[in-house]
Every structure is written in structure tokens, then in C-alpha cells.
Design a protein around this ligand. Sequence first.
Ligand SMILES: [Fe+2]
Length: 271
Amino acid sequence: MSLTIKNLTPRIATEIQADKGTLLGGAHAAQIREQLEQRGVLVFPKIHFTDDEQIAFTQTLGTFAPEMRGEKIYKVTLDTKVNQLADYLKGSLYWHIDGTMNAVPILASLLSSRVLAPSGGDTDFCNTYAAYDDLPDEDKRQIEKLRVMHSAWNTLFYYEPEPSIDTLRGMMAIGDRELPLVWTHRSGRKSLVIGATARHVVDMDFKKSVELLVRLRDWATQPQFVYRHKWSVGDLVIWDNTGTMHRATPYDPNSGRLLHRTKLEGEEAFA
Ligand SMILES: [Fe+2]
């Protein structure tokens, strides 16, 4: 069987209809990878993969990236009874790229929906390739050589403006990393590296730096670059973490909302 492919918006997100066997067989893996890079987000509506099927499908697309303690499935929930580190996920309500503390960020995440929140809990994605491409030439020239310090602890202040010193130090221990503002990929395509971990532009006046980072985030998250996924149970969504930012929209932490995530190992360092 072949894939039925439909673009969901002009600049980001494509829906792929196929049966489980077609996807798990791996024959279309190269085509799916190509679509992922070009379109940023792929939606497989109500495919209803089990955990084992989601793991197997992930493995057809690249190198499977396990969690820190070796688990293959990560449970995305704000419920601390299910995930003890759920507080950390409050940062996921703000636009970000995963893995900015690593030289080689993960290539992609796959999320499947198990339990919905009665309201809220959508996932937003924006295309950071398209956002870069559409910048005026003067902006491209201005930002071409800039470097940005990314800090996990910067996200703390989004959801906990007055953290205890212990909480702050715990987040600071995760690390910082200086990255290019414009990522020139091996393909030659360029994308913006911004989001909640972006603390400041290196060697720039702090106020100017904040203004620039906010302006670029505001630009990159305009409606024409954004796809909002409204989940149905059983949906699977993959996004290219190297060419998009993402965030969840707010929802009740006690709603039971639960997504299962797998990841693909990164194949390219920020450059
Ligand atoms: Fe994330």
C-alpha cells in the first residue's frame, strides 16, 4: 500500500494516511523522512499504535534514542503521580526546541495521544526554516553571525518567577550552551535557533538582546508558520526538532492528559 499525503497548511504540517502494516514495514521510511524535513510536522490520524508498535515505527525512521535511564517510552503528563519530574514539563507550555543543552539535539520526537484533557492541551508547532526564509534580507544580514547562550534555567522563570535558590541551582546544574542564532544545516537550508532556553545574544547589550530574541520569536510564531494539533485519542504526531519549535497549550494538570513519546537520535550538530 502507498501513503496518502495531504498538506495541512501551506508552510507547515502534512497528514499521512496509511495502515499500520504499511508504516511498520518500513518500505516508506525514506519518503516519510523526506516529508518530515520538508514539512516539519507529520500527523498520522488515529493510527492507535501500541507502545511496541510506536517503538518499532520509530526504529524504521532512524536511530532510536532511549530516555536517560534507558526507558523507551516517556510519559508526557503534568501529573506528578505519573511522572515525578512533571514540574519540569511546565516549561513545555512555552515555545522551545528540545535538546539545546546538547551539541547534537534530537532529530525528532514522536508523540501519541492516550488520554485527552477535556479542554486545552493542544500542541503548537512553528516552522523555523520558513520563518528564517521569510525574514527581510536586512535582518538576515544582521543576525547571520550572532551567537546565543541557551540555558535550561531560563525556562524556570517562565513558570516559577520566584524560585527557591535550591530550585534555581538544580536547573542551573543542567547546563548552558552557546549556539548559533542561525543554523546552517548540512542540506544548506537555514533555520532559527530560538525559544525559551535562549537567554541572551552573546556580546550584545542585554536590553537589545532581549528585544531581538522576542522579536524573532514573535516573527517565527506568526500564524502562517504555525500548525496547531488538536488531539484525538490514537493520533501520532512526529516533528522535526531541528526545524521547528513546539509548545503545549495550557491544560488542567489533574485532567489525566497523557501522551507517550519516543525519540530519534540527532544526526547533525548545531552549526
Ligand atoms: Fe519539548
